[in-house]
Every structure is written in C-alpha cells, then in structure tokens.
Design a protein around this ligand. Sequence first.
Ligand SMILES: [Zn+2]
Length: 194
Amino acid sequence: MRRASALLLAAGVLSSTMALADARDVWMFAQWAGDHQTRPFREMLVDARLYGVVPIHQLLRSASDWKLCHASPFAVPPASNWPAVRSTLSLIHTLDGQGLLRQFEVVSAYRNPDLNRCAGGAVGSAHTRAFAVDILLPGWVDPNPLCRFWQQHGQAWNMGLGRYPSGRIHIDTAGYRTWGGDGGSNSSFCSKPR
Ligand SMILES: [Zn+2]
C-alpha cells in the first residue's frame, strides 16, 4: 500500500513536471464545456477518426495569453475551419506515428481574430483563418527530424512549420513555408531543400 502510494506520488511529480504547468487542464475544460457547445465539433472528429489525436482539452486551447487578453481559455473553431482542422490533425497523427512528436502538448490552436491580435499573432495567422497548433516538446526532443519531414513531405501536406526561440513549434496545413523568431524563413531552424 505504502509502496503503491509512493509510486503514485512519483508518477504525479513526473507528470506535473512534464505537463509544463498549463492551468487549462481536463478539469478546467470540463467546467468550461458545461456551458459551451462542443458536441458537433467532437462528433466531426469522431466521424473523421481523428478524435484523440490531440486530447480535447488541449485541442481547444485558445491562446496562452488568454487571461491577459481577458479571453476564454478554450474556443471551438467555426465550422468553416473544420476542413483545416481535419488536415492539420491528420498531419499531427502522421508525425506522431513516425515518432517525430514525443510527449507533445498543444498550448494554442484556434484563436478568434481579436484574441490573435492581443496575443501577438501574425495578421491573417493560420490560427484564425485555418487551423494551426502551437506545440511544446520536452527539452530533450530533437526538432531536426521534424525539419527533415518538412523538407521531404511538407509540400505535399501544404505544411507550415515555425519554431520560436522559446522552443515552441507551430504546425499548420495552410501553406508550404517555414519561419523562425522574426517570422521570416531566414531565422528558421529548417532550411528549404534545394
Ligand atoms: Zn502558432
């Protein structure tokens, strides 16, 4: 019994350090979902066999700065963006299946234009007009295999790949391009294949 609780405690410490301390957890999501309509979106994901590719409480996270921007912690993308949701999730599913996203956590996905502006997102960002995910990976994960995937298959997926100095990675399927901290391709960790 004591051993079991020690193990549970160790697992708890481990998972809390790996969760990178985002307050928008499953419990906060359950509370929010109590008075927000998420069912049609969830049914769409089930029909597309994409439910669970990203845990729903992460998939619907708005912007990391939601509090600062007096915005909702979660947001359901409008139905017009759902085809983009499906293509980006198919890509995430493929990347995950190839072991390129280890222990990833989505910290931002759909943002309405007002929140995007407040959160410092690019004008016309894929977070508003299509569907993008910002991902945190543990520090020990090498991002270069992601770059190689983008170089080899990015055009076919219409894949956008950004990486910021913080290590946060942006993935979408709204155009074949790459960028780094200054928003341009020259600052990207990943160069375009010749
Ligand atoms: Zn992003």
